[in-house]
Design a protein. Structure first.
Length: 319
């Protein structure tokens, strides 16, 4: 349920095609330079590209293809060996190097992804942090504006978390925060994103949702959260503001400022509440055109018209 902030992954087929072209190009240069020049290290370039951008499985495939091309070039170049197995041995050594490099590169990529994820998320709850939320909200604002779709954000504030920290301990308060994210995610779509914006404040970004969709989703989230708080005997309630934007904000800062103002108003009115707010009006669909219907003709009048349209003799037969 936590949306990724990474850019869209390139097309795998395109990457494999580029990798194959690079392998063949390296093989061609290897063949043209002759057997005297060692060229195996340059096969690592397409292996690197395929592994990093398409994945380790395709990287291993690129390593095998590179070895086959390397071996073919060695044979076509007219290399002669005192014993047949030497040619296979000379191909096996680059293969081992290619495979080791591919596995190390895949491990490096996983470590990089973990580090990036940790830098973008709240360490305690696993929700994305304020900076990541701002970046993602900017993307969704632009998408909503281009596609002329609504954008909904729910802003949650935990009531009485400070008293829980004071009476039950900070460790229990941390468990409350982690539980909020975990339980909320179970009721959200994959397209929805939950972020921790402050000590006890969370935002849920819900693209495309109108107010009716938001009421249903937030209702489920609130019910699950209250059920979990009651189950754990934590005296926590939630003040929630749900802002549905048909008039899309100019920036994520404007969106967050609007949510903070609405939350301040909601807290003054009383805690443990849900407030739904519209920003702009929903577009009204044009009424469908009603086809014109010819007025009904009385049965007797219609029969008379048919009778008059028939020839005289045929009309008498009909009678």
């Amino acid at each position: 349920m936590t949306a990724s902030t990474n850019p869209q992954k390139p097309n795998t087929f395109f990457l494999l095609l580029v990798g194959l072209i690079l392998i063949l190009l390296v093989g061609l240069i290897d063949y043209l330079t002759g057997a005297e020049m060692e060229f195996s290290v340059f096969y690592l370039l397409p292996i690197f590209v395929v592994t990093w951008y398409a994945g380790s499985l395709y990287g291993l495939l690129a390593a095998i293809v590179s070895t086959v091309v390397y071996y073919a070039v060695d044979i076509l170049s007219g290399s002669e060996y005192s014993k047949p197995f030497i040619a296979y041995w000379n191909a096996a050594i680059p293969l081992a190097i290619f495979l080791i490099v591919t596995l190390l590169l895949a491990a490096l990529k996983r470590a990089y992804a973990r580090g990036r994820k940790l830098s973008l998320t709240d360490n305690l709850t696993g929700a994305i942090d304020t900076r990541s939320f701002s970046e993602l909200a900017t993307q969704e604002i632009e998408r909503a504006r281009v596609n002329r779709q609504p954008l909904t954000v729910a802003y949650l504030d935990l009531d009485a978390l400070r008293s829980v920290n004071d009476s039950l301990g900070k460790s229990v308060g941390d468990k409350v925060l982690s539980s909020v994210v975990k339980q909320a995610q179970r009721e959200l779509r994959d397209a929805d994103t939950i972020a921790r914006l402050g000590g006890d404040e969370f935002a849920i970004l819900m693209p495309v949702f109108d107010q009716e969709d938001a009421k249903e989703a937030v209702g489920r989230v609130q019910a699950r959260l209250l059920k979990e708080m009651k189950k754990k005997k934590w005296p926590i309630t939630f003040t929630i503001v749900v802002l549905t934007c048909y008039k899309i904000p100019q920036s994520s800062d404007e969106l967050i400022k609007r949510l903070e103002d609405l939350m301040a108003t909601a807290k003054q009115a009383g805690k443990d509440s849900v407030t739904y707010v519209l920003n702009g009006e929903a577009p009204v669909a044009a009424p469908a055109a009603v086809p014109e219907v010819a007025p009904a003709v009385p049965v007797a009048e219609a029969a008379q018209e048919v009778k008059q349209a028939l020839p005289e003799g045929e009309a008498e037969q009909k009678q």
